[in-house]
Design a protein around this ligand. Structure first.
Ligand code: SF4
Length: 231
């Protein structure tokens, strides 16, 4: 995709959905942080089912700590890797209380210092909770960026850096959600729905080049990993 095509693609995304939203339910930066930690190797739907009950009884670091490990596990046991996720969430809550007055910091370095929080999670929190124009490259965005030719790259970080260069400033705040939703519902992993795609005429793959970028050859390298470590 060239620059004109990228600008046009985002204009179409915006025309179709001016205010895209993520699908993890939350009502505070803390709830979002916990939901994103839980979302590794899990669906947003599954996380939402678990957090509905969890946040009703614990939606601050202090109340989460009061719930304790067994209490927390009772709410999230339907989610994969719940043992290590529970440990990470409680360790994160301790640090939030000790270092940040119980608040989620609006700072990349401070966020990435929290257990279970890596660059991708920090980007989601900075973007969705604090309105920073960051782009968290998950498996969907990695695939879309490579397949379309919008921002090819061999690693999530390379794709993120390329996207930050090529996405026009006016679209950067919502680019994260537009690309995730596009990858989740249209440009799907196994069978992209090119016939229904609003940017088919702009996309390298849709226009028939059949390019196979790293998204076709790096399954497992990107996105959800089998560990509940940094995400
Ligand atoms: S045309 Fe096909 S490959 Fe290109 S973005 Fe649309 S769904 Fe994905």
């Amino acid at each position: 995709m060239n620059r004109r095509q990228i600008v046009e693609a985002f204009a179409r995304f915006r025309a179709a959905n001016a205010h895209p939203r993520g699908e993890l339910r939350h009502s505070s930066p803390f709830e979002l942080l916990v939901a994103v930690i839980l979302s590794a190797q899990a669906t947003d739907k599954g996380v939402n089912l678990a957090t509905e009950g969890l946040f009703a009884v614990a939606n601050t670091p202090e109340t989460m700590l009061a719930l304790g490990e067994e209490g927390l596990k009772g709410h999230i046991k339907t989610i994969g890797l719940f043992n290590s996720k529970a440990a990470n969430i409680l360790a994160t809550c301790r640090l939030l209380v000790e270092r940040h007055g119980g608040e989620v910091p609006r700072d990349r370095e401070a966020l990435e210092a929290l257990p279970g929080v890596g660059r991708k999670t920090a980007n989601v929190v900075l973007n969705t909770a604090f309105g920073e124009p960051t782009i968290a490259v998950d498996t969907h965005i990695f695939r879309v960026a490579n397949r379309t030719g919008m921002a090819p790259g061999k690693t999530p970080l390379a794709v993120e850096q390329r996207l930050l260069k090529v996405v026009p400033a006016e679209y950067r705040l919502h680019a994260h959600h537009w690309l995730i939703l596009h990858g989740r519902y249209v440009c799907t992993a196994r069978q992209p729905r090119c016939g229904e795609c609003p940017i088919e005429d702009l996309c390298d793959y849709g226009r028939g080049s059949g390019r196979r970028g790293p998204a076709e050859s790096t399954s497992g390298r990107v996105g959800r990993t089998r560990s509940a470590g940094r995400a």
